[in-house]
Design a binder for this molecule. Sequence first.
Ligand code: UT7
Length: 336
Amino acid sequence: MQKSACIIGMGRYLPERILTNADLEKMVDTSDEWIYTRTGMKARRIAAEDEFPSTMGAKAAINALEEAQIGADEVDLIICATLTPDYIFPSTACLIQEQIGAKNASAFDFQAACTGFVYALSIAKAFVESGVHKNVLLVATEKLSSIIDYTDRTTCVLFGDGAAAAVISSEKSPGVNLKINRVFQGADGALADRLILPGGGSRVPPSIESVERGDHFLKMEGKEVFKHAVRKMKDVSVQAVEENGFELADISYLVSHQANVRIINAVAERCQIPKEKVKMTIEKYGNTSASSIGLCLCDMQEKSELKDGDHLLLCAFGAGLTWGATVLSVEGEDNG
Ligand code: UT7
């Protein structure tokens, strides 16, 4: 019988430095009041100069492996979701593989921006349930501070750094397992320029002119992205719930990508999910792109909020544009 893919261990790494709204008030023309009411953010973490997506990701991965009680040499594949890789190549996944000593693992990066964690779950699930791999390590890791223009108030208040990792396996762990139900996802490349890093790739290679234009900084049409985020996350969430055989009332928690408290609340409202079931880390970590859902799950785990029989609705939205959702079903040790 085909075994279901489960998350059997999770881990995270957050840099020490905290950038508060008060700090940002000293850097650009903004206010704590504007940032908090428009986004729900109070603080975000910023990586040190010698911290990179690979080093942060490796630390999160080691924590996830410990929790899953498996050795690094038992990992068959490392998938890294990041839009801020250490290098364009080699992949950040390969750097992590070396740093954690996962000598039997293959490794690759992929790009789905803020939807990275959800897309990665579908990739890991496919590898595990097809029997190709037993243990897949998902690492979502971002150093967004490296692509932010800290003179642009429309973007610099929004983003933070951090990493989250999950071990996905066909063998359940003795602890809490999160069964990955079917993942639904989509994309619309017609809206690619709404959220983009224009420079640094082969279309706009780095040059004095590209640097002077600021092409190496993230650009976003916030209002436009906001509108699509609410619409697409609501639609794909309802699809993920219903087509996995659940009802919206069965959902114990909404664990959404953390881009804006108003987006999260609008999605929850449209899905008729009450406020007390909505998980938020946005106030303390800001938008950490691919890492945000994993950081939210780690927060829940830390607070022992993952209970046998719970169903968590995960949904995300990001550059591409991309979106995705799934339901994770919590299975404790007594569920075998
Ligand atoms: O993670 C991937 C997906 N990303 C998202 O989903 C983000 C989606 N977008 C958003 O979350 C929101 O659009 C933002 C938080 C980025 C912006 O909020 P908004 O309510 O859409 O504000 P706005 O862009 O319409 O700006 C309103 C006003 C403008 O001033 P005027 O033109 O009304 O005079 C902006 O210049 O607020 C101004 N403004 C600021 N004021 C103080 C923009 N940024 C700031 C700021 N501080 N940091």
